[in-house]
Design a protein around this ligand. Structure first.
Ligand SMILES: Cc1ncc(CN)c(N)n1
Length: 230
């Protein structure tokens, strides 16, 4: 599997366990493997999708905060484009799949938030307390993690899995491009604020912690999906 989502992501990913540890638990969670081989119960998938719609609403708010915290035109454009992509494209997958099950977008928007509330509020708080980099470190596992999962499942999915639409959304070239561009933008943002050897900066440990915490919250999100509705 080969992807290049930038140097900062590669360092943070390694710091979160790389091919093992939390990063592996996130990208190879039983929920993900159930999407790959088609064994995930439909009820779990729909529960996940409803909660993920609500997640994306608040995730869009976090990227909107990144617009506020931007310091360059590149950052401003990238964050504004991400808000648009989340609200007008990624959420479309949820709306389409749920519509086929008789669930309207109004119902999705009104869905009650369960355990996932902690994740998005953690990310927003990282941006409220900190600066643009704190926000990017907390946002990166979401973007790049789904890119990595999509790429792998695009190659390893069992033919006939009912979750092919979901897999294609994150495996497709456009989403991979989003991850590569976000990675390059984050590298520029890191270099601008921390110089050419960012891992030597006293801020690096905090940024790594934000990335690792967000990764652990992603694991919790999959587990919530597996448990299904209460
Ligand atoms: C929980 C979660 N994390 C990441 C993604 C990909 N944007 C998502 N849709 N949902």
């Amino acid at each position: 599997m080969s992807f290049d989502y930038g140097n900062s992501f590669a360092l943070w990913r390694e710091g979160a366990g790389g091919a093992g540890g939390a990063w592996h638990d996130y990208t190879h969670h039983a929920f993900v493997e159930g999407l790959r081989d088609g064994s995930l119960p439909r009820e779990s998938f729909l529960h996940y999708l409803k909660q993920d719609y609500v997640f994306l609403v608040h995730f869009s708010r976090a990227w909107s905060l990144a617009v506020v915290k931007s310091e360059t035109l590149e950052e401003l454009r990238a964050c504004a484009a991400t808000v648009n992509a989340l609200v007008n494209f990624e959420m479309g997958l949820h709306v389409k799949t749920c519509a086929a099950e008789g669930i309207t977008e109004a119902e999705l928007f009104a869905a009650e938030e369960f355990e996932n509330m902690a994740y998005t509020r953690y990310v927003i708080d990282a941006g409220m307390q900190g600066d643009y980099l704190d926000l990017m470190a907390a946002l990166a596992p979401c973007v790049m993690g789904y890119g990595e999962i999509g790429l792998r499942l695009g190659r390893e999915a069992v033919p006939g899995t009912p979750y092919q639409d979901w897999i294609d959304t994150y495996a497709r070239e456009e989403f991979q491009q989003v991850c590569a561009e976000a990675g390059a933008m984050i590298d520029n943002a890191v270099r601008r604020r921390l110089g050419d050897d960012p891992a030597a900066s006293p801020r690096w440990a905090v940024l790594q912690q934000r990335f690792t915490t967000a990764t652990e919250l992603e694991i919790g999100f999959w587990s919530m999906g597996l448990r299904g509705p209460k």
